[in-house]
Design a protein around this ligand. Structure first.
Ligand code: M6R
Length: 364
């Protein structure tokens, strides 16, 4: 059942290149993405005034990556909400808006309630769901199924990856429909996404480095994940993954926000996992790393190739495979998953069934 792997989580991490292919390939023809078969035309996509992405946990983190990418490429405003907040905050949604619900199980109670609210207010709803025929898939106006196959590990890995891949397909189409990129650029971006499974595969080969990094985190009481831009969106997922299965307290923080309070937590040996993949922001992140290092942090740096750090700035550096920076979250997510996985294994925890958690949260 575990296909020779010690845990479902590791098996599912290894399945990621394949499930990304299975999810994107049927939606790409001659390097041009389309959701026409799912009833969503380009005109329809570009007709919405505002986009809301609503989800819980890891699915919400996939939405965060979606927000950065859609806003950057298509120049459309995207709000990401935690479903349990959205449903009670009397959100400003109207006819002409699109509410995207992301859910692996399609049964999460708060996400389902958010969908009902969006419909009541006249917005159109699009569900990005993994489980066929689930409640959220049945209730939404449009459905884009992810094809991760069954995800058994409570800690989500491959479901996140395919959710993010659909976010990219959406962003590319929206950018094209809004006239922000040419057809040639659309083809170029789509080709980059089509190459991502190989780069995910290469990132999986970073297992020994991730195991080594994990061995340095075992005795920490608390740690921080930091990044900027897309790296910040990704750090949220890295942090959740680690605390979920290792039971070590961790927070993700926008690197530039540290000096507004959180940096006071840093003392000797506190691990800080820094992600630096976005060219325009790397220099700023490195200066934040230096600030935590100067206060005694033990720094694990996950960096794009070519990110130049002076000696002594990081204690452990994990160098990612080459990939376009826009798509880097799909590559950089892998070492974050692996670090969480090995930390949990080394602590002797029940990796696939962490305490107090259920795979699907069907009650509020
Ligand atoms: O089934 P859903 O995607 O709606 O579930 C949402 C969250 O409960 C889920 O992603 C949770 O955060 C995972 N255990 C994280 O690994």
């Amino acid at each position: 059942q575990k296909g020779g792997y010690e845990h479902f989580m590791l098996k599912e991490i290894h399945e990621q290149p394949e499930v990304v292919k299975t999810t994107i390939t049927p939606r790409i023809s001659n390097h041009i993405p389309t959701f026409e078969n799912e009833g969503i035309s380009l005109d329809k996509l570009s007709s919405y005034n505002n986009i809301f992405i609503v989800a819980c946990g890891t699915a919400m983190h996939a939405g965060m990556v979606g927000k950065y990418v859609i806003e950057k490429m298509a120049r459309v405003s995207v709000t990401v909400d935690i479903a349990s907040e959205f449903r009670y905050r009397d959100p400003l949604i109207n006819e002409g808006d699109l509410v995207i619900l992301i859910s692996q199980s399609g049964e999460t109670a708060d996400t389902k309630a958010a969908l009902e609210l969006a419909k009541e207010r006249g917005a159109e709803t699009l569900a990005i769901v993994n489980v066929k025929g689930s409640s959220i898939a049945r209730a939404a106006d449009y459905v884009l199924y992810t094809h991760a196959g069954p995800e058994i590990s409570v800690a989500s890995t491959k479901a996140y990856m395919v959710q993010v891949s659909v976010m990219y397909l959406l962003a590319f189409q929206l950018a094209y429909a809004k006239g922000k990129i040419s057809k040639e650029q659309l083809v170029e971006y789509t080709k980059l996404l089509e190459n991502i499974p190989e780069q995910i595969e290469e990132a999986i080969n970073l297992k020994p480095a991730c195991q080594f990094a994990a061995s340095k985190l075992l005795n920490a009481d608390s740690l921080l994940y930091i990044g900027r831009g897309l790296d910040y969106a990704l750090s949220m997922e890295g942090s959740l993954k680690l605390k979920e299965i290792s039971y070590i307290h961790s927070e993700s923080y926008a690197a530039g926000e540290l000096k507004h309070g959180t940096i006071s937590l840093i003392d000797d040996g506190m691990p800080v996992i820094a992600i630096a993949t976005q060219k325009d922001l790397v220099e700023k992140t490195i200066s934040n790393i230096k600030e935590v290092k100067a206060r005694g942090a033990f720094v694990v740096l996950i960096a794009a190739p070519g990110v130049d750090v002076e000696d002594g700035v990081s204690d452990v550096t994990i160098c990612l495979p080459e990939a376009n920076q826009l798509l880097m979250p799909m590559v950089a997510a892998v070492p974050l998953q692996l670090i969480a996985y090995y930390t949990s294994v080394l602590k002797g925890n029940d990796v696939d069934k962490p305490r107090n958690l259920a795979k699907s949260v069907t009650v509020e």
